[in-house]
Write a protein that binds this ligand. Structure first.
Ligand SMILES: [Zn+2]
Length: 389
């Protein structure tokens, strides 16, 4: 495929410049798995930049005289006011499914910013820390996945997806929901309450709290529960009240899958107790804890083996825009709650003892998963060191 720059240069004086360039830029950003596309107009030049794996890269230099036609095209894609160039605007671009097995179309967030040199744009792609949505494609070891699936198919209780922000919790939850949908289909009602909907699942009723004026997270959760969903996703458990609501819903015969901010799976039960939650509630409702991290995968096209350490290090090639990385992989650890763990929670055993019982019940280990991924050349040693300093 011709490079993006030569594509841009070839169409710059054509009659359909805006349309063609917008499509070329969106397609290139998607192909590279960028989370954002920036169109930046500066004093003497204009750039298309993509944020990939957290870092901004220049994708192409844009012809400055044709810059406005391009931003107008993006704005009309998002059905924004194309005349008004004075005010920042925000809107959505509806776009077909990205290349790959994902079936649902995607909505890209477009924001404009007037600057002294012209109107800049940023397009945000739905967060896709792991490109494919499906438990089998997240990089989970088979035994861990089998245990998660078995717990999902029980169809009740609470499963917490732990990790830091950007740790792949939402993707893991979506994958779990999809797995359940694949086996139970429309016999179950799926409802999600999320700050922003990162991906339109197609089979679930999804509430985007931040995009609904006047709606609070707690209010949305209560409303969702009144509709008695079989499966409820809670996009974030930040405080004791949300945690209590989620755990109680899990006791009422539904399956609740909630995102929880915690570094490691084994620390979660004690954290819940420290938040002041009833030990009986935690012990009886909490069925599983999945902790995850997302690591940048080495570009297989250009990774190179370090002669001394034997580990693979990033190179740089056209396929990965010279970054050395392409796509991402997930690292996981999973706890299926055992009777011993429930007993330790119920009796409010010391924190260390609860953690020890949790560790006993654990399948996989984040640190070991990272080590194995380094050994196999899936991720770079430097990447593992960033994730687990
Ligand atoms: Zn490469």
């Amino acid at each position: 495929m011709a490079s993006l720059q030569s594509q841009i240069d070839a169409i710059r004086s054509g009659p359909r410049w805006g349309e063609e360039a917008a499509e070329a830029l969106l397609a290139a950003a998607e192909r590279m798995g960028c989370s954002e596309l920036h169109l930046v107009c500066r004093k003497i030049d204009a750039l298309a930049q993509g944020r990939c794996e957290g870092a901004l890269h220049t994708l192409a230099r844009l012809p400055r005289p044709q810059f406005v036609a391009l931003t107008q095209r993006f704005k009309s894609l998002a059905r924004l006011e194309t005349n008004g160039r004075g005010q920042p605007q925000e809107g959505w671009i509806e776009r077909g499914a990205a290349p790959g097995p994902e079936r649902s179309p995607r909505r890209l967030r477009l924001a404009t910013l007037p600057t002294i040199h012209g109107e800049n744009l940023i397009v945000r792609f739905p967060e896709s820390p792991i490109q494919r949505l499906g438990l089998h494609s997240l990089g989970m070891p088979a035994d861990l996945r089998a245990s998660v699936e078995a717990m999902l198919l029980r169809g009740q209780g609470t499963i917490l997806a732990a990790g830091p922000t950007g740790g792949g919790r939402t993707t893991a939850i979506y994958a779990m929901l999809l797995r359940l949908y694949e086996s139970r289909g429309d016999r179950l009602n799926f409802t999600t309450v999320e700050r922003t909907v990162e991906r339109d699942l197609g089979f679930a009723a999804q509430v985007a709290v931040d995009e609904t004026p006047g709606l609070t997270f707690e209010g949305a959760l209560e409303s969702a529960l009144r509709l008695a969903p079989d499966v409820l996703m809670v996009g974030e458990v930040r405080d004791a009240a949300t945690a209590r609501t989620a755990l109680e819903a899990g006791l009422e015969g539904r399956l609740v899958i909630a995102a929880f901010l915690a570094e490691r799976a084994a620390g979660v039960p004690a954290r819940l107790l420290a938040m002041g939650l009833d030990p009986y509630l935690v012990a009886s409702s909490l069925n599983g804890i999945l902790a995850s991290r997302v690591a940048r995968a080495l570009c297989r096209n250009c990774r190179r083996r370090d002669a001394e350490s034997g580990a693979y290090e990033p190179g740089g090639c056209e396929a990965c825009a010279q970054t050395g990385f392409q796509g991402r992989t997930g690292l996981f650890e999973w706890i299926a709650t055992t009777e011993r763990l429930r007993d330790a929670i119920l009796s409010q055993a010391p924190r260390e003892q609860i953690a020890a019982e949790a560790a006993q019940a654990q399948t996989g280990d984040l640190l070991e998963a990272a080590r194995a991924a380094v050994e196999k050349g899936v991720i770079a040693r430097s990447e593992a060191e960033v994730l687990f300093p």
